[in-house]
Design a protein around this ligand. Structure first.
Ligand SMILES: Cc1cc2nc3c(=O)[nH]c(=O)nc-3n(C[C@H](O)[C@H](O)[C@H](O)COP(=O)(O)OP(=O)(O)OC[C@H]3O[C@@H](n4cnc5c(N)ncnc54)[C@H](O)[C@@H]3O)c2cc1C
Ligand code: SF4
Ligand code: SF4
Length: 443
């Protein structure tokens, strides 16, 4: 099946459907797509999730300015969605990218069924109200439930439902109540061959899964949560109407952060610094002091990495607000009967092992490479660095360049990175892409 696109231009008159294939619709993929679309190039943006926005759309505020993350990212998402030069496929992945002799690429886009006719669904959620199935909500990081037919999250783009067919019991209620005849259980996987002149990898990062460090009890002790779960508790679209302990719904008043959970740690196979955890933890601590003015917040750290513009001042601001910083390595966490947690840690300054009690523990989980990126290329042709991120073959002079001429990398796909750096990196990738297209396809 050939892809439908009213903007199809037979780019550069060499038979390509699009000038650029951008893979990943987080902040880096959106920025790169918009830059190129504004230069007049035709962009195909493929996102595996049900919505654009990546991790940023789920964040509370951003360091060091404490601007609202959604207020910054949703206008960019809307601009991307509406741009006449950008075609978007969500719930889709890319396979078999192969380079042709003339410098262009062929690839296969695999679009998974939503079981909903996208053009018909108005997002009214009547189906969602009636659906009897409740499962864990992945967009609230498991803190609450969602239905088997669901709008992914309130600011999703596109804001239409999808059916989670693995959990659906096929009762047919959604189909019966939908006023727009949008439910369609006959949808199947579509395979769409595409030809493009260049590729941008903006596939981002994965979060470290802290169950691996069994000493911290994540998954066993309910009041041990991840930093992403805390982000969700701090956003306006939060699952509860305030910050609560998941075990008993009580308001916490003595919260601990464990930095470097799954970063700078050879024992879990991730020896590098995740670059953002110190700063997002200091951000969350400041937001918690606003949300829970009587609470104490303690950050257990090895080193504070506050290297960016305004970061050191942001750290000092945290100290000034009363956040306690303890230079200590947390070895083990125990749960008491009342759900409180005992942290056993090495106080690095005093050189002794100590214990401290907290009523909520946040694990500041690190960033890991996304292993899917390499598998998209035929013959394993894409090179990775020592930590499995996309290799920047000319890191100092041309940071967007990968091992394949015509394939560029943007954002955290090439390594841990904050939002401003992801945007800069997307700028570099888009200008390199434009220059590649001019060199090879506009002669
Ligand atoms: C808890 C936490 C708090 C943070 N707070 C801040 C902050 O306050 N300020 C700040 O500057 N930074 C913060 N960050 C860092 C920020 O999240 C990253 O800088 C940013 O998300 C990087 O954007 P990206 O687009 O490169 O990657 P991502 O946000 O990971 O987006 C990648 C996109 O690619 C898609 N994708 C992945 N694989 C495929 C595939 N195979 N096919 C198609 N699509 C695919 C994903 O679904 C996703 O939409 C925080 C990070 C965490 C974990
Ligand atoms: S058919 Fe599936 S998605 Fe629809 S209401 Fe029933 S369980 Fe929910
Ligand atoms: S599928 Fe139908 S009922 Fe459900 S949100 Fe869309 S239009 Fe409304």
């Amino acid at each position: 099946m050939m892809i439908e696109n009213e903007n199809l231009t037979d780019s550069a008159e060499n038979g390509a459907n699009y000038d650029v294939l951008v893979i990943g619709g987080g902040i880096a993929g959106e920025e790169a797509s918009l830059n190129l679309a504004n230069m007049g190039y035709q962009v195909l943006l493929v996102e595996k999730d049900l919505s654009l926005g990546g991790k940023m759309i789920h964040l509370s505020k951003v360091f060091p300015t404490l601007d609202c993350a959604a207020c910054i990212t949703t206008p960019k998402v809307s601009e991307t969605m509406r741009h006449p030069n950008i075609k978007i496929l969500t719930n889709s992945v890319v396979e078999d990218i192969e380079k042709n002799g003339n410098g262009s690429f062929t690839a296969k886009v695999v679009k998974k069924p939503r079981y909903v006719i996208e053009e018909n669904c108005t997002g009214c959620q009547e189906c969602e109200d009636k659906c009897p199935v409740v499962v864990e909500d992945q967009y609230q990081y498991g803190l609450v439930g969602r239905k088997a037919v669901y709008v992914p999250f309130s600011i999703a783009s596109p804001r239409i439902v999808a059916i989670d067919i693995e959990n659906c019991i096929l009762c047919g209620l959604c189909e019966k109540v939908c006023p727009a005849d949008a439910i369609d259980f006959t949808q199947e996987i579509e395979e769409i061959p595409v030809k493009v002149n260049s590729v941008i990898l903006a596939t981002g990062f994965n979060l470290f899964e802290p169950e691996v460090i069994t000493r911290y009890g994540y998954g066993k002790f309910k009041n041990v949560v991840t930093s992403m779960q805390m982000e969700r508790q701090l956003v306006p679209t939060r699952p509860y109407n305030g910050v609560l302990r998941p075990k008993d719904g009580k308001m916490p008043d003595n919260i601990a952060y464990v930095l470097c959970t799954g970063s700078r740690d050879h024992t879990v196979g991730n020896p590098i610094c995740s670059q953002v955890c110190c700063m997002y933890s200091i951000k969350q601590a400041q937001l918690l002091l606003g949300a829970l003015p009587m609470a104490d917040v303690t950050i257990y750290y090895l080193h504070i990495r506050a290297f960016g513009k305004g970061f050191c001042e942001f750290y000092q601001q945290g100290i000034g607000m009363g956040v306690e910083f303890v230079k200590g390595k947390v070895g083990r966490i125990h749960e008491k009967e009342d759900g409180n947690l005992i942290l056993r840690y090495e106080d690095i300054e005093e050189g002794v092992v100590k214990e401290a009690e907290h009523d909520l523990v946040v694990l500041s989980v690190g960033l890991l490479a996304n292993p899917e990126t390499k598998g998209m290329f035929s013959n394993d042709s894409l090179a990775l660095d020592a930590f499995d991120y996309v290799k920047q073959v000319d890191e100092l002079i041309n940071p967007a360049k990968t091992s394949i001429d015509g394939v560029f990398v943007a954002g955290a796909a090439s390594g841990p990175m904050d939002i401003p750096d992801s945007i800069l990196s997307a700028g570099a990738a888009s200008s390199e892409t434009a220059s590649y297209i001019r060199r090879y396809h506009e002669k």
